[in-house]
Design a protein around this ligand. Structure first.
Ligand code: GLC
Length: 424
């Protein structure tokens, strides 16, 4: 009898192992993340660690397009089809108000104990009508990267504090480097393609010139004003002079490749570009630094507020497990790893005092105030129509950069079109 029981137990154990190995007990979670810079690699690192800790879960990391506008297009298709193919998604800071109805309320899975150590404004941004539809994963702010070695070579004692100063320095360094034989050298690279990235760069030009922020927090459409028009004309004057004509097709990665290859004096980009620039195979390792963007005629500098969150799709078949993975991915420990290895800016407050993080990315400490004062895009006030409003802004702005219209014409068109979208 004892033998029979033992054999049956052994058999049951064998069956369980076989069933587990065959995958019947394993839940697969698909997480759609970005692939800009180290985004994808580091997501895979975290996913592997999670799987080690949770043998019953298989995590598949799905790469998504580099441009946020294309990513949104992809996610909208999943939502439209009510697809359960993707369980977790990396969503942009501007999307919660537009796509909240497709996302799970993470409060149902005990989110409060995870988000309590994060910046309250970021958590508030991800809270739509009382539902926490995403958890802040990393934040972003537009920054000026500059070649410290070249500034010294041309006798500049400090990086530019105003756009005018940047124009002069960029031109001088560009002329000098070309005369020295590098015909591919440009003064300033940034994001001029017709997509959300241009809305970020454009907002920085506007705010630094006192031209408002397209639609104000109280709902007033402010874009049709002379300072905004002048800001767009200023950027258009760079195209083909201190910036390559092709800048009107640039996203973040295009600008980074030029700067990282040693072919630009200045670059506007997000923090992620820092760790790549400092990599051992980078042509600019230890030759560059990061400062706030220059001030415009308003006498102030402006950094656009960006950032990414993780969310669980309402159409996931495993929302509880997906939420658990989400809390792991966005935890302080994973954010610390991502900050050190990928210069992704944490959303957990304590990490700005962490000595390992500050050693790897010194400007996280030095520019803390810039991050805190970053200018948000008008996504909350225009929700659920932000994507349409932004498209008007970046398309009309792009037409100024390519010389099809003036800044004054553009801001008038923008205002009319945005009024139509918001029904004013
Ligand atoms: C960065 C920002 C994001 C922004 C995008 C624009 O990824 O984090 O908020 O929308 O750039 O290209």
């Amino acid at each position: 009898m004892k033998k029979i029981i033992l054999v049956s137990i052994a058999l049951l154990a064998l069956m369980a192992t076989a069933a587990f190995a065959a995958g019947s007990g394993v839940i697969t979670l698909t997480m759609a993340t970005g692939a800009v810079g180290h985004e994808y690699d580091l997501s895979v690192v975290s996913a592997k660690e999670y799987m080690r800790l949770h043998p019953g879960i298989k995590v598949e990391v799905l790469k998504t397009p580099d441009l946020t506008t294309d990513r949104l297009g992809l996610f909208l298709q999943y939502f439209e089809a009510k697809s359960s193919d993707v369980d977790l998604m990396q969503i942009d800071v501007i999307w919660p108000g537009d796509i909240a109805e497709n996302l799970v309320d993470l409060n149902r899975y005990g989110a409060s104990k995870y988000v309590k150590d994060m910046f309250p404004a970021m958590v508030a941004n991800d809270t739509v009508k009382g539902r926490l539809v995403a958890v802040p994963w990393f934040t972003d702010a537009g920054l000026l990267y500059y070649r410290a070695d070249l500034l010294a070579k041309y006798g500049y004692k400090h990086p530019p504090k105003t756009w005018t100063e940047l124009e002069t320095m960029a031109k001088t360094i560009q002329d000098g480097e070309r005369a020295a034989g590098n015909q591919d050298f440009w003064g300033y690279v940034w994001q001029g393609n017709s997509y959300e990235g241009l809305t970020c760069d454009g907002l920085e030009w506007l705010v630094s010139n006192g031209g408002g922020s397209i639609v104000e927090p109280d709902g007033r459409i402010s874009i049709d004003n002379p300072k905004a028009a002048a800001a767009l004309d200023m950027a258009a004057s760079w195209v083909g002079s201190i910036s390559p004509p092709g800048v009107t097709g640039y996203g973040e990665e295009d600008a980074r490749r030029v700067f990282q290859a040693g072919n630009a004096a200045f670059m506007r980009n997000w923090p992620y570009a820092y760790s790549l620039g400092q990599a051992s195979d980078s042509a600019i390792k230890d030759k560059f630094d990061v400062v706030p963007l220059p001030a415009g005629s308003a006498g102030r500098a402006a950094a656009a507020l960006g950032g990414w969150q993780l969310a669980v799709s309402k159409y996931s078949k495993h929302p509880k497990e997906a939420a658990d993975l989400l809390f792991f991915m966005t935890s302080e420990r994973q954010q610390k790893m991502r900050a050190i290895d990928g210069s992704f800016q944490p959303t957990v407050k304590a990490l700005y005092k962490d000595k390992d993080v500050l050693k790897a990315v010194p400007f996280f400490g030095k520019l803390f105030d810039v991050f805190m004062a970053a200018a948000p895009r008008p996504s909350t006030v225009t929700a659920p129509h932000y994507a349409e409003v932004s498209k008007v802004f970046y398309s009309e702005c792009h037409d100024v950069l390519t010389g099809k219209q003036t800044g004054a014409e553009a801001v008038k068109n923008m205002s009319d079109e945005i009024k139509g979208i918001l029904g004013q």
